[in-house]
Design a binder for this molecule. Structure first.
Ligand code: FAD
Ligand code: SF4
Length: 487
């Protein structure tokens, strides 16, 4: 700890945002990263705790106090090395991670947490600008071949770790571009896609091969799931050609709401709206679903819902309403009860700030249509009693709705993919594999591993990176009998 009194002297400085009116005109990122000087001051707020709870709260166990100190001292290159030692892609997490490390920070008990995420963002963006992020190809090749199915953060982290261990890695992706939900779920205004492209270039220079537009395992993909594949490879063919296969295929089946009127035009899964928007931003032609001039209702209150709000406002929606089934959480958590864990509290995203009415404890009963198109939504208020929801009698109401977006989460991965590989599923339909002990990340199928949302269910980018890294270690151990890859 370079500055023992830093936490007493300096206030937390959060990253600034471009004004709402300005940022709504584009899909570009609008978070203004800290200057080097500002980041150094924020680093000085770190107390270098004897037990750094931040490190434990972070799913990739970032060595946070060390890089806080290095940034304070102006030793940016060493800060980068420390950051990269636990996280392959800090430019992703430095932008879109909810930062459970900050909830766990000791300063968060009675003050404002260290701005860990903003420091991470500053380190990695400076590193790219300075040209410090370079390919690190393996010195010795093993001659072993690994197939990774899926190119989201779990697949990318697995592939990079295994290539650096000397294996020949091929990533198969059914979409036309690499990145999984980083590419096609998360909007550009949260994370611009050039960030993925330069990592892909780095990984290609490290020997990873990418094959896009290739569907693996299951020939049918249900509606609502992105599939640009022009080529199919069976599970048998992949297992025959590769020494190990890693399934990093995400959890793609969206939760539906089969109430009357579900079939009306204008009622869509969130990704039916967000994926074409990301493709449109990449020059693939206009989004066939427009929110312009419409009353938009988003059902579901998480990240996906928030991204639908931000995208609808950029389209020029007349109004955006977001419904959540659960009651409104408290604005402030009771820190003595919740710290160092992730608290349930009201979270207002930058998209909410751009314009959105939020309504809590509401259930949708029906969509009302006119000429086959949705025009309104009938809902009812809920009371939660002993953990069960009860409709409030006489509380039914109607809201205008020309576009309804379902953002109620994802239930499970494509079952047909897991069946094709003969992978046993858990009770929720995810690939069954443990994360601890001998044979972790291995599925029931010989030489087939699983990591990320396909194994743990829908989650976060940082968890996908963690699982990808840990899975790579297990695959290396399986192929070579020993491994030096970190967990
Ligand atoms: C709209 C939205 C916003 C989100 N925002 C955030 C956020 O702000 N912060 C955060 O931390 N998390 C966020 N998440 C969650 C996060 O994106 C996921 O947890 C994470 O991407 C999971 O990574 P993954 O690699 O396991 O799977 P994915 O990113 O889902 O990637 C899986 C890939 O596998 C491919 N695939 C699947 N089956 C096959 C097959 N048979 N053949 C070939 N390819 C296949 C898919 O096309 C996909 O590209 C968000 C999710 C959504 C939907
Ligand atoms: S918990 Fe907070 S103050 Fe303590 S080491 Fe981590 S970032 Fe620094």
């Amino acid at each position: 700890m370079g500055k023992p009194t830093g936490f007493l002297e300096y206030q937390r400085l959060s990253e600034a945002y471009a004004p709402v009116a300005e940022r709504l005109k584009t899909y570009k990122e609008f978070v203004l990263r800290l200057t080097d000087e500002q980041a150094a001051v924020q680093g000085a707020r770190c107390m270098d705790c004897g037990i750094p709870f931040c490190n434990n709260g972070c799913p990739v166990n970032n060595i946070i106090p060390d890089w806080n100190d290095l940034v304070f001292r102006g030793q940016w290159r060493q800060a980068l090395e420390t950051l990269h030692s636990t996280n392959n892609f800090p430019e992703f997490t430095g932008r879109i991670c909810p930062a459970p490390c900050e909830a766990a920070c000791t300063l968060n008990i009675n003050s404002d947490a260290v701005g860990i995420k903003s420091i991470e963002h500053a380190i990695i963006d400076k590193a790219w600008e300075e040209g410090w992020v370079q390919p690190r190809p393996a010195a010795v090749k093993t001659g072993k071949k690994v197939a990774v199915v899926g190119s989201g953060p779990a697949g990318l982290a697995t592939a990079q770790q295994l290539a650096r261990a000397g294996h020949d890695v091929t990533v198969f992706e059914k979409s036309s571009r690499i990145g999984g939900l980083l590419r096609y779920g998360i909007p550009d205004f949260k994370m611009e896609k050039g960030l993925i492209d330069r990592r892909v270039a780095q990984m290609e220079a490290e020997g990873v091969s990418f094959r896009t537009g290739v569907l693996v395992g299951s020939e049918t993909v249900p509606a609502g799931i992105v599939n640009d594949a022009k080529e199919f490879i069976s599970a048998e063919a992949l297992k025959k050609d590769f020494d190990a296969v890693v399934l990093a295929a995400g959890s793609e089946v969206p939760r539906d709401l089969p109430v009357p009127g579900r079939e009306l035009a204008g009622v869509h899964f969130a990704l039916e709206f967000l994926i074409p928007q990301n493709k449109a931003n990449a020059g693939d032609g206009p989004n066939p679903i427009s929110a312009e001039g419409k009353h938009v209702v988003v059902i579901g209150g998480g990240d996906t819902g928030s991204d639908c709000v931000g995208t609808s406002n950029r389209h020029g929606a007349v109004g955006v309403t977001q419904f959540e089934l659960l009651p409104m959480p408290p604005e402030q958590e009771n820190k003595s009860l919740t710290w160092p864990y992730w608290p349930v509290k009201l979270r207002t995203s930058s998209s909410h700030e751009e314009g959105c009415e939020r309504d809590f404890a509401v259930a949708t009963k029906e969509f009302i249509g006119e000429n086959g198109k949705v025009k309104a939504l009938k809902a009812v208020r809920l009371e939660w009693k002993d953990g069960k929801m009860v409709e409030v009698p006489g509380s039914e109401f109607e809201v205008k709705a020309d576009l309804v977006l379902f953002a109620m989460g994802f239930t499970n991965p494509l079952g047909s993919l897991l069946d094709a590989f003969g992978v046993t599923k858990d009770a929720r339909g995810n690939a069954k594999a443990t994360t601890d002990g001998v044979g972790c990340y291995a599925t029931s199928a010989e030489k087939v591993f699983a990591a990320g949302d396909v194994r743990r269910g829908q989650s976060l980018v940082v968890w996908a990176i963690r699982e990808g890294r840990q899975c790579a270690r297990e695959v290396d151990q399986f192929l070579m009998g020993s491994t030096v890859l970190p967990r």
